[in-house]
Design a protein around this ligand. Structure first.
Ligand code: PLP
Length: 298
């Protein structure tokens, strides 16, 4: 089997030992009920962390964002030690069989069962699997087109119920924009706001080199705060390359020379073409950034 599943029991009262909440199961067997709100409504949250040899990249940042998504969606606070233990258990077991392989672990918490309402707590699990091979994208770059997300960049402030910036299970739109990108001959999408600001990819943060600074939009513009982006910014700063979190007007895209999409399993994919315009990319800089991102532990 190329995956390892750990189901999570959510008790009413806190436990001394997080391991008591973990139930390793066979990922090939049915585990989730058909009336689980995660399935019937996409009502839940998730995270995906990358890993090599049992080192989990940015795990605390993922757990913190998981808690943030839960708050944005009025879900109970996930028990961090339990989810941490589940991720380590699932990835540790798979890594023992696949040393040196790039793995990922998706962890999920749903609102629980649709009926009888409120009868059960959340449903949770962590599943470790082999990560897709993104090495060609990291080396050769990707072709990206901009698509309108159809909301203004202040949507989090005006309409928090739309859950911008929450990593919810409702990712059908995030998948459909990739299919649209492929129809347009591209690999991926850069989503922009209806009032003309750059946002993010459907599963990645956008980083651009503008006037000598690496820039990314702030979470307050309705994007997911990227764990990989944060670690990439720390690395750029160590290299003496200035970084800035600020809104990016779409008109600035015409002046962007280099840009990346970053995410937990893909790491940093340089954009070689944006809306039909070739961009420069520095293969050595990107390779060193990815080497750093692959080595993270924590
Ligand atoms: N933005 C969106 C919408 C995402 O789904 C993701 C990751 O899946 C990211 C950004 C990048 O986040 P991270 O670097 O933590 O994977």
């Amino acid at each position: 089997m190329d995956s390892v599943l750990v189901m999570i029991d959510h008790p009413d009262r806190p436990r001394q030992d997080p391991a008591e909440a973990l139930r390793p199961e066979d990922a090939a067997d049915p585990q989730v009920l058909v009336n689980d709100l995660g399935i019937t409504r996409g009502d839940g949250i998730f995270e995906v962390a990358g890993s090599v040899d049992g080192r989990v990249h940015a795990l605390q940042a993922h757990l913190d964002r998981f808690a943030r998504s839960a708050r944005l969606m009025d879900l109970p606070a996930p028990d961090q030690p339990v989810y941490r233990a589940a991720v380590h258990t699932a990835l540790g077991r798979l890594a023992a069989r696949l040393p040196g392989r790039e793995l990922s672990c998706k962890f999920i918490m749903t609102r629980g069962l649709e009926y009888p309402p409120g009868a059960h707590g959340p449903t949770g699990w962590a599943v470790a699997m082999i990560a897709p091979d993104y090495r060609p994208q990291r080396r050769a770059g990707i072709v990206v087109v901009t698509l309108d997300r159809g909301v203004r960049r202040d949507v989090m402030q005006t309409s928090p119920w739309l859950l911008a910036g929450a990593k919810s299970l409702s990712y059908a739109v995030n998948r459909s924009v990739v299919r649209e990108a492929v129809r347009r001959g591209a690999d991926d999408t850069l989503l922009v706001s209806s009032d003309g600001y750059v946002l993010e990819g459907p599963s990645a943060s956008f980083l651009a080199l503008i006037d000598g600074e690496v820039v990314t939009p702030p979470a307050s513009d309705g994007v997911l705060p990227g764990t990989t982006q944060a670690d990439a910014f720390a690395w750029f700063a160590q290299q003496g390359i200035p970084t800035r979190v600020r809104s990016i007007d779409c008109e600035e895209l015409a002046g962007v020379r280099s840009a990346w999409l970053t995410s937990s399993t893909r790491l940093a994919a340089p954009i070689r073409e944006l809306d039909g315009r070739p961009l420069d990319f520095d293969p050595d800089l990107t390779a060193r950034l990815n080497e750093h991102l692959l080595g993270r532990d924590g």
